[in-house]
Design a protein around this ligand. Structure first.
Ligand SMILES: *Cc1c(COP(=O)(O)O)cnc(C)c1O
Length: 384
């Protein structure tokens, strides 16, 4: 990626830099690759990054929005996503959030438990409406990803287990203000092994059979998100392999006639277009190591501290031969470390450091711990 380094030196750091050309290329690819198949619809998982500028670009390419809170529904509506392309997921939807969804007329609620279903039925009844719902099924498929971000195992808090499905379908028949429109699944995040998605397809085929025996066919199958990106080498394949991803579903998932297939992609859409740009405050000699102390901390990008996540780190203002450093932030916690034994071009005070692949679960997870300022944002197409 080419960074306008001279320009960066004049800006207040830290900030997120978004390459809007790369975002548009990614969105164009999604549009083309999903467009090869009939009734494939991609929803953007707003939780990955709700930056209004990015949301409005994503909307331009016709994606829907997958929201997990009332605030996200508001952000999606404000960015111009049509209500009928918004789906609403989450294990703990509050009453005001459900009412907001009903009022806006969203496409569907992804329901995760019987008490939630009964509550949606009651609130829809009060509003004189019938809510469209998809049942989120826990498919008990291991996504072979980090245990913090795997969600499709029966030990996770998410979804309805298949053992409870029939009971819930029975119960649903007596609820007048909910209508079953779909089945929803999501097995985890940062998944690069296409076999995990293949196993998901096989499980969905079995569950569709189970419904079919009850003479039921839903309109929508929603397979969630989770497609991963290359954090090690962000420039190797900056646009994830959407062709291979959609092809797995086309090959293994048995859709019934006229069924719509929904995807909810977050990370794969926005991750590679974003970098956290930070300035070197000090280079400190430790015992047997050197520290590069930067002005960004885990308040700006928490993934390394929270999930031991790897991000590629580059000194984009030095052309000197590389040396090894620990790259750390200013926050008073030992976990405030972006990388250990990182090979960086020889670094000195004032150098600009780019922490790559930070477009997803970066800016949106920023906090003000230590009374710090939230990071800023700038965009490649707005650079003078
Ligand atoms: C987080 C989440 C997504 C998006 O996951 P990515 O890994 O960012 O693609 C999609 N659907 C649901 C239900 C989620 O919780």
């Amino acid at each position: 990626m080419n960074f306008p380094v001279e320009k960066f030196k004049t800006l207040d750091t830290p900030f997120y830099y978004y390459d809007t050309d790369l975002l548009r290329t990614t969105l164009r690819t999604i549009h083309e690759e999903a467009g090869r198949y009939e009734r494939y619809h991609v929803h953007y998982a707003v939780k990955a990054n709700a930056n209004p500028r990015l949301l409005s670009i994503i909307r331009e390419y016709g994606l829907g929005a997958d929201c997990v809170s009332g605030g996200e529904i508001r952000a999606a509506l404000k960015a111009g996503f049509p209500a009928d392309k918004i789906v609403f997921a989450g294990v703990g939807k509050a009453d005001w959030e459900i009412r907001l969804g009903l009022e806006a007329g969203i496409c569907c609620f992804n329901v995760e438990s019987l008490p939630e279903l009964e509550n949606i039925d009651a609130l829809a009844g009060e509003a004189g409406k019938v809510a469209s719902v998809a049942l989120r099924i826990n498919p008990n498929v291991d996504a072979h990803t980090h245990h913090y971000i795997t969600t499709g195992l029966s030990e996770n808090k998410f979804g309805i287990s298949t053992e409870h499905l029939e009971m819930i379908l029975d119960r649903m028949a007596s609820l007048a203000h909910v209508r079953l429109v779909g089945l929803h699944f999501h097995i985890g995040s940062q998944i690069l092994d296409m076999d995990s998605f293949k196993m998901l397809c096989n499980r969905i085929n079995e569950i569709q059979e189970l419904l079919y025996k009850r003479m039921m066919i839903v309109d929508i199958i929603n397979v969630g998100g989770g497609l991963g990106v290359d954090y090690e080498q962000p420039d190797r394949q900056p646009v994830p392999d959407f062709a291979a991803y959609f092809a797995v579903f086309h090959k293994h998932l048995k859709l019934r006639p006229k069924q719509h297939l929904f995807f909810e992609l977050g990370r794969a859409v926005v991750c590679q277009c974003g970098s956290l740009i930070t300035k070197t405050l000090y280079v400190k000699e430790g015992v047997n190591k050197k520290f590069v102390i930067v002005d960004a901390g885990f308040t700006d990008l928490i993934r390394p501290a929270l999930y031991q996540a790897y991000h590629r780190i580059e000194n984009i203002s030095s052309a000197l031969p590389p040396q090894e450093y620990d790259v750390v932030g200013p926050i008073c916690e030992s976990s405030d470390c972006f990388g250990k034994v990182v090979s960086l071009n020889e670094t000195s005070r004032g150098d600009i450091i780019a922490i790559r692949s930070a477009g997803a679960y970066g800016e949106i997870m920023a906090s003000q711990y230590n009374c710090r300022r939230l990071p800023g944002a700038c965009y490649s197409d707005e650079m003078p």
